[in-house]
Design a protein around this ligand. Sequence first.
Ligand SMILES: [Zn+2]
Length: 429
Amino acid sequence: MKVFVLSQGGTPLMPTTPRRARLWLKARRAKVVRHEPFTIQLCFETTSHTQSVTLGVDTGSQSVGVAATSNGCVLFQAEVRLRTDISEKLTQRRTYRRARRSRKTRYRAPRWANRRRAEGWLPPSISSKLAATLKAIHFVASLLPVCQVNVEIASFDMQKMRDPEITGISYQQGSLFGYQVREYVLEKWHRTCVYCGKKDTALQIEHLVPKARGGSDSVGNLTLACQPCNQRKGNQTASEFGFPHIQAQALLPLRDAAHVSALKTRLVAQLLQQFGKARVQVRYGYQTKYQRIQILDLPKSHTNDAVAIACEIGEMVRPLETVYGIRCLPRGQYQRFNGLLSSHKCWAPRKVRGFKLYEVVEVQGDVGYIAGRREKGAFIIKDVTSGKNRAEITPRKLVRVARPTQGFLIAQKPILGSIRKEGGAGTPS
Ligand SMILES: [Zn+2]
């Protein structure tokens, strides 16, 4: 594990070994600025010579993977858990306001006439996710001299394929191209078995007219089927199997395929604005998948996808043993009044028994964060990565590990925690 280094002026330099950091700290030539991830700042002038660091971002609705690579090494890997409580909290605020309105009935202007949405408005839940993703990118850029940011925007590149049904693009034009066609077919048939409609199962790329009967490998002859359906169909064509409409549908091209979510469009736009056109590169899901499976041979997880996005296609890197788990936190307690008819003002102290909310503590040999405090009684400790209840324990027994920085709760977590089931299509049969 490397130690992150900031220059005297605070700009990020290349990370160093723990040994050198220790010597610097001992000689008082550096100071600690952050414990998690461990970062030091130099107290002497240096040349600001850095190597090129590439940052890969795997966006998602629940969590975001970020990874920074340089010269075949992964320098930083983290999974950022986004907040999912925004819409719930806004509903709560709305009900409070509604109740207050019927309680204090002064004249209010009609609501329908005084609301307008700004250009480029995003729903609060999505705009929170966008802000958190950008914040995570800037967080890594504050630790490492990031030269380039790679973002995945769609699962395949429609421009590169042009009109696959017309040009008759074949499934077997090089291994990377196979991945492209596979993503296209998955998108086109909505990731379901066309014969039984089953979702969330291992799907196979299936030839409508079997290859043994002269069927081609081109996109117009491919569809998705689950293993049992594929086996039952055997050597029949789709029409013979009782699905003539599927065979007709297969010839229609996928029109609005390069669909990019509002979040990704805005993310790329913001990155272009902040990092400049030359430093932002757009990636596609099929490239990520090819790089992760064929070149790096890594299981599916947000952080591994981020590593694959950060690499050049065909570049070999070693992933880190441990990844960081980052949770996005609400900034504070906004409740001002409570009690019947909101008559009692809240005076929640910043510290209860010396502890603040969301501090990382060691409890019973494990690490958790403070999710609830009581003036008299046990504190509620939750797990850093999953957010599940861990213990209710008296504050006397807690040992502080870290305070949250920049609205993030950061902790190291073992790499096995984030592995998920592999999805997608298998080889054709
Ligand atoms: Zn099926």
